[in-house]
Design a protein around this ligand. Structure first.
Ligand code: SF4
Length: 365
């Protein structure tokens, strides 16, 4: 059935919601063997979001894919954690983006206008040799693209004529991703608390366990108090080594390094002495610049380091390693590496304690 297939791809479509409503499923129905596949797929959706930050599209069995979505939403709202809500919403939105990119423009227009009320139309034109087949009214564009920081999304960098902004199909899909993320987030945002039939409870426990095991390395809440140099990403090492070697650093290199060190908690005095010891920077000017980036002076905004994509554009992304493939921000690199270093240290301590145990016993005896 075409509607079912479409709804399996895009669970936010009204047609899918109508199909689900017509089924009128109750919790006890889901606990039965008929729905085992759907419940398992729902659990997988959430676990994929936790572990990979992206849900896959399993479209070979559209019914399972469609039904698993509301069950996954139920699981997420029962966990009742804002961080998981956001991660799940983003992961579902990335899934939608991957599918939307493969659609013809007519389909994108239909979804954007019918589901999200955009004013959008087809009007092909070539800009710098790239086909821009769509035009979107500028106030819709501004609203949806407001959270993007890359220069190419700024309105001043877009071709706009009579209030219509030109877009490629992939750009429209990327903007739709924002709408889908918001849509999913609204649906998981209210924490729920009700008893589940045992088969569903077992899946929810599995999700809770995976989430608990991975939360600290995924969220931004676990930066240690002390600075751990071994966890620096390659780009920051590159900036630091350049500074130590007396190489003239670009503005972006200095900003990336300083904002990174500020955010991982290096004390201001240590940074000032560090800069002035290795260069001939003026001490008071250096202190002012660092304090400005730390949000202690000027407009009181604490700056975060640029994203990997910005650093790449400015030639500061150097020698990326295997961890770099899993992240999009130098601070995420640091968090991951810190987590790995701490986990190794804990494992080593546990091993040593275990090895020492027989000796202790012998001594006591
Ligand atoms: S991928 Fe990101 S973290 Fe890794 S070196 Fe490049 S900019 Fe730094």
């Amino acid at each position: 059935m075409l509607a079912e297939r479409e709804a399996a791809k895009y669970p936010f479509l009204k047609v899918g919601l109508n199909l689900l409503e017509a089924l009128d499923l109750q919790l006890d129905d889901l606990a039965g063997p008929t729905y085992t596949k759907m419940v398992d797929r729902a659990k997988d959706r959430v676990i994929q979001a936790i572990l990979k930050g992206e849900v896959t599209a399993e479209l070979a069995d559209p019914q399972t894919e469609l039904l698993s979505y509301p069950i996954a939403v139920m699981f997420v709202s029962l966990v009742g954690d804002q961080f998981l809500n956001r991660r799940y919403a983003l992961s579902e939105a990335v899934r939608a983006y991957n599918l939307l990119q493969q659609e013809y423009e007519d389909k994108l227009i239909q979804i954007a206008s019918e589901e999200f009320n955009w004013e959008i139309r087809k009007e092909p034109e070539s800009l710098d040799g790239v086909m821009h087949n769509l035009k979107m009214i500028f106030n819709d564009y501004l609203r949806v693209a407001a959270g993007f920081h890359e220069a190419k999304w700024k309105l001043v960098n877009r071709k706009m004529e009579n209030g219509w902004v030109s877009l490629t199909g992939v750009e429209a899909a990327r903007l739709l991703q924002v709408e889908v993320e918001k849509w999913v987030n609204e649906r998981v945002a209210t924490p729920s608390n009700f008893p589940l039939p045992r088969p569903l409870e077992i899946r929810l426990d599995e999700i809770r366990k995976v989430f608990a095991e991975n939360r600290s390395k995924l969220s931004g809440s676990s930066l240690p108090d002390e600075v751990i140099n071994e966890a620096f990403p390659p780009c920051i090492n590159y900036c630091l080594e350049g500074l130590l070697a007396g190489r003239r650093a670009s503005h972006m290199e200095r900003f990336a390094l300083t904002s990174f060190l500020v955010n991982i908690g290096m004390p201001i005095d240590q940074m000032v002495s560090f800069y002035t010891d290795v260069t001939d920077f003026d001490e008071s000017l250096t202190r002012y610049q660092i304090e400005h980036i730390a949000g202690l002076k000027g407009n009181r905004t604490k700056y975060t380091p640029p994203t990997c994509s910005t650093l790449r554009t400015h030639g500061v992304c150097r020698n990326p390693d295997s961890t770099c493939k899993k992240i999009s921000h130098p601070l995420s690199y640091y968090r991951r590496k810190v987590w790995v270093i701490q986990k190794r240290a804990e494992e080593k301590a546990a091993r040593e304690a275990q090895e020492a145990e027989p000796l202790n016993k012998t001594t006591e005896e």
